[in-house]
Ligand binder design. Structure first.
Ligand code: GLN
Length: 191
């Protein structure tokens, strides 16, 4: 059984727990950096990236999270979590974990489209996945090592770089666990 943690500082934590349990993983809500040591993979949930970053600093998570990444362990960032993984954020001088070679823009779909659903084709996952977007970012640009897994209206909304998986939408807010299962498979393969 793979052990997956969900960073539990803020955001859509419980929904991820439910989704990954449904995929047969043993799931832990991570509130202290020491908990990372026992895990095979980690999910950075959606929420508010600036708030999450504040809590990451407050609870001294930044270095332990970067260590986790440098051990080659899989990480999955959804929405705000995608922003945490990115190397560059449009309009900001500093990124957060800065482990995934991509530039992201926050709240990038504009006011009228604060939240919406869209049917997505996701390479290796599904041809008809309903993406729930909530004040979502999108990926403006990716480096050579990054595979684009999905686009919506020409904008990149899911990507993978080896051990890192990221999406701009909230897969945990539907009962379709195929994207969660894709990450579980990544974790199994990395073990
Ligand atoms: N707009 C949020 C941010 O910039 C992300 C929204 C989300 O995670 N649903 O962090």
């Amino acid at each position: 059984m793979v052990k997956i943690g969900v960073l539990g500082l803020q955001g859509a934590v419980r929904e991820h727990v439910k989704a990954f349990e449904a995929c047969g993983a043993e799931v832990t809500v991570v509130k202290r950096p020491e908990q990372l040591e026992e895990l095979d993979g980690l999910v950075l949930p959606g929420g508010e990236s600036t708030t999450m970053r504040r809590l990451i600093d407050k609870y001294e998570f930044l270095e332990p999270l970067r260590n986790f990444a440098s051990q080659g362990k899989p990480m999955f960032g959804t929405c705000a979590g995608l922003i945490l993984l990115a190397k560059n954020i449009v309009g900001y001088d500093e990124a957060h974990l800065a482990v995934m070679d991509m530039t992201v823009e926050r709240n990038a779909f504009g006011r009228q489209r604060e939240s919406f659903e869209a049917k997505l084709m996701i390479t290796g996952v599904a041809e008809d996945f309903v993406g729930v977007f909530i004040r979502a970012p999108y990926v403006v640009e990716v480096g050579e090592e990054v595979d684009v897994l999905s686009k919506h209206n020409g904008r990149i909304v899911a990507a993978r770089q080896g051990q890192f998986l990221a999406c701009a939408f909230h897969p945990e807010l539907t009962d379709d666990y195929r994207f969660a299962q894709y990450f579980v498979n990544m974790v199994k393969e990395s073990k």
